[in-house]
Write a protein that binds this ligand. Structure first.
Ligand SMILES: Nc1ncnc2c1ncn2[C@@H]1O[C@H](COP(=O)(O)OP(=O)(O)OP(=O)(O)O)[C@@H](O)[C@H]1O
Ligand SMILES: [Mg+2]
Length: 253
């Protein structure tokens, strides 16, 4: 079976400093993965590189999405091919209403896939039903994207965006940060609802707590730009008890 995402020996630098130091990761369709790791270990860097942020320099390695070279694609092509990133810090877009933003994003992805664009009425039907599922109010949809949203509202908005775009690979960075317990469940629900045979979810998190609601098939631990451990959900429980110190010691030695 072809991997959804294949990362081989990925090295990434920013301003000449090496942040990712040889990542190998293979994600299969239909599975959910978690990446955990201490602050500054390179988790967000990995997600930004996958999304095509040009601040980061890939110095070595290869990444393919369903066999296609991801790193040579523009960010728009990546989205069109089915990549989605939910940011750790969602961007505010003053002056652009949520619905307008979502409609533009969806139609550009549909166009890329060779599907008809949705008109205003068709789109409203889609957005209303998904927004209701995820708990995003009509009032929030009318406001400028993320402007003045609380941390939890921003995260819900990211999940809504993902639910509407229906990506093949959804990467969520720190989706649990700043969420109250009900919002956490809503978000996890959104991820779980979207999971399916031809989808892959990658959740980046600090906390075992989120993994009570989104049960990953595999957990990878990223420390200092390298994957140092791989396991199932039991690994998250162990980390909750021990922290990352055993890996940090190993790294220093
Ligand atoms: N623009 C930049 N200039 C210099 N260093 C940077 C820059 N962006 C990121 N870094 C460094 O890269 C390292 C990895 O950062 P990254 O944001 O990927 O960590 P993270 O694992 O997501 O951490 P957290 O758990 O706190 O979100 C950090 O040491 C950070 O300071
Ligand atoms: Mg981060």
């Amino acid at each position: 079976m072809m991997a959804m995402l294949e990362i081989e020996n990925l090295h990434v630098a920013i301003d000449g400093k090496e942040i990712l130091r040889g990542i190998d990761l293979s994600l299969e369709p239909g599975k959910t993965y978690a990446i955990m790791g201490p602050n500054g270990s390179g988790k967000s860097t990995l997600s930004h590189v996958l999304a095509g942020n040009d601040k980061y320099e890939v110095t070595q390695g290869r990444v393919t999405l369903e066999g296609k070279d991801l790193l040579t694609m523009t960010p728009e092509e990546r989205a069109g091919e089915g990549f989605f990133l939910g940011f750790q810090y969602p961007v505010e877009i003053p002056g652009v209403a949520g619905t307008t933003f979502l409609k533009t994003a969806l139609n550009s992805v549909r166009k890329f896939r060779g599907e008809d664009e949705l008109d205003a009425m068709q789109f409203l039907k889609v957005v209303r039903s998904k927004a209701k599922e995820i708990g995003v109010s009509d009032e929030m949809l009318k406001r400028s994207v993320n402007v003045g949203f609380s941390g939890g509202e921003k995260k819900r908005n990211e999940i809504l965006q993902m639910a509407i775009l229906e990506p093949k690979l959804g990467v969520l960075d720190e989706t649990d940060s700043g969420l109250d317990i009900d919002a956490l469940k809503t978000v996890a629900d959104g991820v779980n609802r979207l999971s399916g045979p031809n989808r892959t979810m990658l959740v980046i998190t600090h906390y075992q707590r989120l993994l009570n609601y989104i049960v990953p098939d595999e957990i990878h631990v990223l420390v200092n730009g390298k994957i140092v451990a791989t396991g199932d959900k039991e690994l998250a429980h162990e980390l909750e008890k021990t922290g990352y110190c055993m890996f940090l010691d190993e790294e220093a030695a």
